[in-house]
Design a protein around this ligand. Structure first.
Ligand code: C5P
Length: 407
């Protein structure tokens, strides 16, 4: 453990073509103010050089178990104990097997055997090696011993085969590292966007179409996401609320501005659309529309606005991993909201009853149902900040659930 606030990561770089991604990971960890010391295995050194690692980490690279220089500066026991987290990236099938067997035949495995520091493993290997019963048994054993895994991802690999086995993206590994370093901040390293408030659609320079949304629920969600460690962009229509602390707030006026600001906030992991977006706009008159005695009142030609939630939900490489919409209904709440989830293509929808008399629209409390592909869950009437915290806890659990094993 380092003195003071600087957190320290010991990175074990195994062999494999994915080792080059460890360089990007080191860069990202340093950007987050973390100290990174590296143990480079012999096979890892065939793919990346100690020089590149040293240049990026600003630290000398450890490699040889028997090097007197290494031992005089930092013994392997001290190296394993003086870090807050050990990250094995990339972890080969061989390295996993040696960890399971408790071998200590190089500096990497010796450090891993000598430690009681939490260990995160990012595997990378051929799909058949990953799905092999031996590797899966090794993964299960390591998990049972408390080792955390991130990835592997699925896709085309350097060997031209496709399936699970690719190293997780450096950003995903970074997120996993930040969560392990800050367990009280389960969304550390995640990016989120929240839309909130009404939109104003100008009719002329002094008049606009608006609605009664206060933005309270969306602001509370943005604040709760930030408190859970997420990097949050709040895209807000006009409200009287102050910018939530620790959140990047982008103020917009119209639905089209809101969509543009949301697209700028991509890529992100989580999108929560709470805004009461106007369904239509008009082509605004350049000057104030004048009343003319005897003339018929002007007619407004309404033009549909873009649907931000539906746009963000569309399949695309930058689609957020979790897109959440809101449905304010006055009757047949669950039926209408369930249909809306499918129509918009979002993952979850938070439905609430905004009938007159509920006091929900513009009030401080909310009573919602959370609807996902599995069904509907009714939450009790809660303060909007409590609804926000409960939703964020759900988001954190969802994002932390490891993908099912390929077996
Ligand atoms: O279609 P409706 O307005 O009932 O859908 C509500 C949900 O869709 C909310 O999550 C709202 O933020 C989102 N929405 C949007 N863009 C629109 C209309 C609604 O993002 N133009």
């Amino acid at each position: 453990m380092e003195d003071g606030a600087t957190r320290s990561v010991l990175l074990v770089v195994g062999g494999g073509i994915a080792a080059y991604k460890a360089l990007e990971l080191i860069r990202r960890l340093r950007e987050h103010g973390l100290r990174v010391r590296t143990v480079l295995t012999d096979s890892g050194a065939r793919f990346v050089t100690p020089m590149s690692i040293q240049a990026l980490s600003g630290e000398r690279v450890f490699g040889d178990l028997f090097s007197l220089t290494d031992e005089s500066e930092m013994g392997h026991i001290a190296l394993s104990r003086s870090s807050d987290l050990i990250v094995v990236c990339p972890a080969t099938a061989d390295l996993l097997a040696r960890m399971v067997a408790g071998l200590a035949n190089d500096l990497a495995t010796t450090v891993l055997l000598a430690t009681d520091t939490p260990v995160l493993v990012a595997p990378a290997m051929n799909v058949r090696m990953w799905t092999h019963a031996a590797t899966q048994a090794n993964v299960a054993t390591l998990r049972a011993r408390g080792v955390t895994f991130v990835g592997p991802a699925s896709g085309l690999m350097a060997c031209n085969e496709s399936g699970p086995g690719r190293l997780a993206e450096p950003d995903d590994i970074l997120s996993a590292i930040l969560r392990l370093l800050h367990p009280d901040r389960p969304l550390a390293g995640r990016r989120a966007m929240v839309t909130a408030g009404p939109t104003h659609e100008p009719i002329d320079p002094v008049r606009y179409i608006a609605n009664r949304s206060s933005g309270t629920q969306g602001y509370a969600i943005a604040a709760a996401l930030a408190a859970a460690g997420a990097d949050v962009t709040l895209v807000s229509g006009p409200t009287t609320l102050p910018d939530p602390a620790g959140v990047r707030t982008v103020r917009v006026e119209t639905a089209r501005d809101m969509l543009a600001a949301c697209l700028t906030a991509l890529p992100c992991d989580i999108a929560v659309c709470t805004a009461a977006v106007a369904d239509w706009h008009v082509a605004p008159a350049p000057q104030k529309i004048k009343k003319t005695a005897g003339a018929p009142p002007p007619t407004l030609q309404l033009v549909p606005n873009p649907d931000i939630l539906a746009t963000l939900s569309q399949p695309s490489p930058t689609r957020p991993g979790l897109v959440i919409g809101f449905a304010a209904e006055t009757e047949h709440i669950v039926t209408h909201a369930t249909a809306k989830r499918l129509r918009k293509g979002c993952d979850w929808i938070v439905a609430n009853d905004v009938s007159p008399g509920t006091g929900i629209m513009g009030g401080t409390e909310n009573e919602v149902c959370l609807i996902d592909a599995a069904g509907c869950e009714h939450w009790p009437r809660l303060d909007k900040t409590q609804v926000a915290r409960k939703l964020v806890a759900r988001i954190a659990t969802f994002l932390q659930t490891p993908p099912p094993n390929p077996e």
